[in-house]
Design a protein around this ligand. Structure first.
Ligand code: HEC
Length: 125
């Protein structure tokens, strides 16, 4: 009788220990998942916002010639075809213009505005 009780007690201790191990595993997984989420989330949120901001600037300043949503009406360069590995060329064209058709924007737009437009250009419109 006594020995049965002991066995039961022992088994309970074991399952308690397993429960504690499980809890610590779950907590560690949650902590790791949380850390991963934190390191990934703000980046994508910032990127999405930059492209959205860039789209606003684009529609206000560039769409008249380059077309709404980057669909060129044929007046100017189709920005959906701009090579995406040539940010320097993009920045230079926007800052300094390309006479006679493309105006210079250095007095209206700063580097961050141009970066935001670039993020929008990279979305393909
Ligand atoms: C007044 C009309 C006009 C506006 C407004 C305008 N562009 Fe242009 N853009 C042009 C024309 C025309 C060209 C073609 C110039 C050429 O290739 O000689 C051009 C060319 C470009 C090019 C290609 C340059 C290259 O290296 O081939 C880029 C990039 C560009 N524009 C970006 C922009 C951005 C970004 C804006 C808004 C901030 C903008 N443009 C506003 C007329 C305009």
């Amino acid at each position: 009788m006594d020995s049965t009780h002991q066995r039961v007690g022992h088994a309970n201790q074991k399952s308690l220990k397993a429960g504690a191990q499980m809890r610590s595993f779950v907590l560690k997984t949650l902590a790791l998942g949380g850390a991963l989420t934190l390191s990934v989330l703000p980046w994508s949120v910032v990127k999405a916002n930059d492209a959205a901001l860039g789209k606003e600037i684009y529609q206000d300043t560039c769409a008249a010639c380059h077309g709404r949503d980057m669909v060129s009406p044929g007046l100017a360069f189709d920005l959906r075809k701009f090579p995406l590995n040539e940010f320097d060329r993009f920045q230079n064209a926007v800052m300094n213009g390309k006479p006679p058709g493309m105006p210079a924007w250095r007095s209206q737009l700063n580097a961050e505005d141009i970066q935001a437009i670039w993020d929008y250009v990279k979305t393909g419109g």
